[in-house]
Design a protein around this ligand. Sequence first.
Ligand code: PNS
Length: 173
Amino acid sequence: MKDIVAIYPGSFDPVTNGHLDLIHRGAKLFDRLIVAIARNLDKGEPLFDLDERKEMLQAMTADLDNVSVEVFDGLLVTYCVQKNANAVLRGIRAVSDYEFELQMALMNRKMEPRVETVFMMPAEKYSYLSSRIVREIARLGGPLNGLVPEMVEQRVRRKVAQKQSTLVGTHPK
Ligand code: PNS
């Protein structure tokens, strides 16, 4: 039997219940699942640094024996080859995700035909959920229950408060 190693890449800023739903599904399907946090993203200043994101993901997946969490640099397909991974796992929530995911999957296949992209759907209740929405709700003081684990919520609240107090400190009156 083939040992299937899959990489679940993303920015995870922060990890949401939707990500965790997909990690649980992937852990059942694959022999090994590596959750891989991308270092270089053209997304501007992140809320959490890489170590913080890794720490939260590790805490939330500690009960899954075949799941590990790493940080990667550069091209995803190069990292897959380094790790002897045969698959990339990505979540598709709604039709709006499809175009970008298709482009990425086909480009990755063109660069590295040995790696297959596997798409899975999270539970419907997470189909509107994203890290970006979580950050925005947190900045505006809205409720995060059900969107992220409690420990992540506390860290998001603390981080947003920290960033907002730093901003207040730097603005002239
Ligand atoms: O959580 P995200 O932001 O949707 O994740 C996007 C990610 C990290 C999977 C994607 O940007 C990526 O694979 N980055 C690594 C660099 C790379 O390989 N780029 C070419 C993709 S075709």
